[in-house]
Design a protein. Structure first.
Length: 365
């Protein structure tokens, strides 16, 4: 898959930017705050219908403007596709493929996959389980559309059940028939999602370990452990045996929405025992494994976005990643960096076909 053209209008700090891409490696350079990462985020919008950094669409509209527009021309399997994202403050976001509007954004997810590596990825280690579940779900959804639809149904039923639990607690009157209707949906869809998550983890962990040892050269024993309440009990047992606890708390305390992935090194949580270097290697390995796994599932190479990684990594890790690019492991790669000279030296050494855009000088009316 290859992004050939990109157009931004009133997106974040870009008034109007037009870019053409003909090289497998594209590097955006310039000072902090000039808009390099915003270009990567625009590509993320076209792939996944939302920002990687700020989920509130209205906050991605340029200051003193009312809307933004992003367009991209992608080549995939020798066919051209134009994707367009429009958002007007106060209105619903519109995503179009070849000028045809999507009725559901979920129909677009996975069609044009991208993987992004960013300094904000430390949230995967440091934040709560919600962040790691999103990583898990977004990876599976990129190649399994049924999974995404089931997840949407599960979350809808969960929201309804929690609403009823709160409503009934306040009124003191419980409608067990209506409650059971949503419980059946949770049990049916949640059990399927749990099975798919387990299957994914069993296939993904060896890929992750391969990349960790390739990047780090270290001998630590790293692991990803899927932690779910469903591992020890069926979903129906969890729901029906804990109904009184749920009534007291006014929410559903048991289910796959409580799942987590434990990031471990030598049998300890890496956020507690891992050095900064080890944590960086861990996170990059997660993302490269994600790329490799998706590539195998969809039979083409996703686009890889590398945001400010040269600043955050030592030279040894940088060259290992660039060498993977040189081995044709990846397809098209977009990089941001504050130091043009450094980027040029690294890419020249790797003997890769690339183009550098100085964001200070590109068309921004």
């Amino acid at each position: 898959m290859f992004l050939k053209k990109l157009h931004l209008f009133q997106f974040k700090n870009h008034e109007e930017t037009n870019l053409d891409f003909n090289n497998p490696v594209i590097c955006f350079v310039g000072n902090n705050g000039i808009g390099k990462t915003n270009i990567l985020d625009a590509i993320h919008y076209l792939s996944l219908t939302k920002s990687y950094f700020n989920f509130i669409d209205g906050e991605n509209v340029k200051f003193n403007s009312q809307f933004f527009n992003i367009k991209g021309c992608f080549e995939k399997n020798n066919n051209l596709y134009e994707i367009e994202c429009n958002y007007h403050i106060g209105k619903k976001k519109v995503i179009k493929l070849n000028n045809k509007k999507y009725l559901k954004f979920s129909e677009h997810i996975g069609a044009f996959p991208i993987i992004i590596i960013s300094p904000t990825d430390t949230n995967l280690i440091l934040e709560n389980s919600d962040v790691r579940r999103k990583y898990l779900d977004s990876t599976i959804a990129m190649y399994n559309k049924d999974y995404l639809q089931l997840l949407i149904k599960y979350n809808k039923a969960l929201k309804q059940r929690n609403f009823l639990l709160k409503k009934y607690a306040e009124s003191g009157m419980y409608d067990n028939i209506t409650l059971e209707l949503y419980e059946k949906q949770l049990i049916k869809n949640g059990s399927i999602l749990f099975t798919e998550r387990k299957r994914f983890m069993s296939q993904f962990v060896p890929v992750f370990k391969k990349y960790y040892h390739e990047i780090s050269n270290n001998t630590e024993d790293v692991s990803l452990e899927y932690n779910s309440q469903l591992s020890n009990s069926s979903f129906s047992e969890l729901i029906y045996n804990n109904i009184n606890k749920d009534k007291l708390s006014k929410k559903t305390q048991f289910g796959i929405h409580k799942d987590d992935i434990l990031f471990k090194m030598n049998n300890h949580l890496i956020k507690k025992t891992g050095s900064q270097g080890q944590q960086k290697s861990f996170l990059i390995s997660l993302k490269l494994a994600q790329f490799d796994f998706i590539k195998q599932k969809v039979n083409f190479k996703p686009i890889l976005l590398l945001d400010d990684i040269f600043d955050k990594l030592d030279n040894d890790r940088i060259f290992k990643i660039i060498n993977l690019v040189n081995k044709d492991m990846f397809g098209q790669v977009f990089i941001t960096d504050t130091n043009e000279r450094r980027s040029k030296e690294i890419l020249d050494m790797a003997e890769i076909s690339y183009k550098i855009f100085n964001v200070d000088n590109i068309q921004r009316k």
